[in-house]
Design a protein around this ligand. Structure first.
Ligand SMILES: [Zn+2]
Length: 269
């Protein structure tokens, strides 16, 4: 039994191209907010939520207005994951869990649209974010209001999952957390540096292994040629040293295997 992966885009924001890749110029580029539906048998997980209306609502006033200024967001009403799933006839309650790659607003804005789903994230990451408010939250790209009130009751940490050795072709990644009930088709791996508790997942599909690498890089050039993002982008990075180590690991992976690496925002530079 293999996993099935379906890619979605739930809105986008705009940045200067050179934010994602030094030297890429001053033109304004679209950074789509991607999500993935992962299915194994009758189980369904959603990898991140992309943007949703709550992002607008929660960044309208106070200090979080700066978030919107920094990353102007474009989202048509029918583009939120809730509306896309409804249009496809996918019952929202059939999404067993939403896996959060990290806590930036463009990855968690739609959580409140899934009142029946469980949540999965890095415990280390959540411990760092859960009490942040005001400026210290904003600095971490975290909008506390996007978190549903009963979030913690519905939450499981990846650190509680069984750890297992990964297939050899996924080197330099050697072990991961096995997503329960995925029949060893989905392994979650830490991809540290970009944000607290930042994770990715190896998913085995008919076409081979795919790595959902979230924001570990913004464009393939970041890891293929180790082209850095801008100095300015370093300001929003949790740990630049860990970020570059993760990029080098992605580079090694891409050089010696057929793994398809998917980035959340890679797009239109
Ligand atoms: Zn991010």
């Amino acid at each position: 039994m293999m996993a099935k992966l379906t890619t979605f885009e739930a809105g986008y924001c705009t940045h200067l191209a050179c934010m994602a890749q030094k030297g890429a110029g001053w033109n304004i580029c679209k950074f789509p907010a991607r999500t993935w539906l992962i299915e194994v048998g009758s189980k369904r997980w959603l990898w991140d939520t992309g943007y949703a209306d709550y992002f607008y609502q929660s960044t309208q006033t106070g200090i979080f207005k700066f978030y919107r200024k920094l990353t102007p967001v474009y989202l048509q009403q029918q583009e939120s994951m809730k509306m896309q799933f409804l249009a496809l006839g996918i019952d929202l309650a059939s999404i067993d869990a939403i896996i959060l790659s990290h806590f930036h607003g463009d990855h968690i804005a739609g959580l409140r649209d899934f009142p029946k789903s469980k949540f999965i994230c890095s415990g280390e990451g959540w411990q760092k974010m859960r009490l942040l408010r005001g400026f210290s939250a904003l600095r971490h790209g975290f909008v506390p209001n996007l978190i549903p009130p009963d979030f913690e009751q519905r939450l499981t940490f990846v650190e509680s999952f069984a750890q297992s050795a990964l297939p050899q072709q996924l080197w330099p990644f050697t072990d991961g957390y096995e997503l329960p009930q995925s029949h060893q088709q989905v392994f979650i791996v830490p991809l540290p540096g970009h944000a607290s508790g930042h994770i990715g997942a190896f998913v085995q599909t008919d076409q081979g292994w795919t790595l959902l690498a979230s924001d570990a890089a913004w464009t393939p050039a970041n890891y293929q040629q180790l082209k850095s993002p801008s100095r300015l982008a370093h300001l929003v990075m949790e740990n630049p040293r860990a970020y570059y180590q993760t990029l080098r690991n992605l580079q090694l992976l891409s050089r010696q295997s057929q793994v398809n690496i998917c980035l959340s925002h890679e797009g239109y530079i």
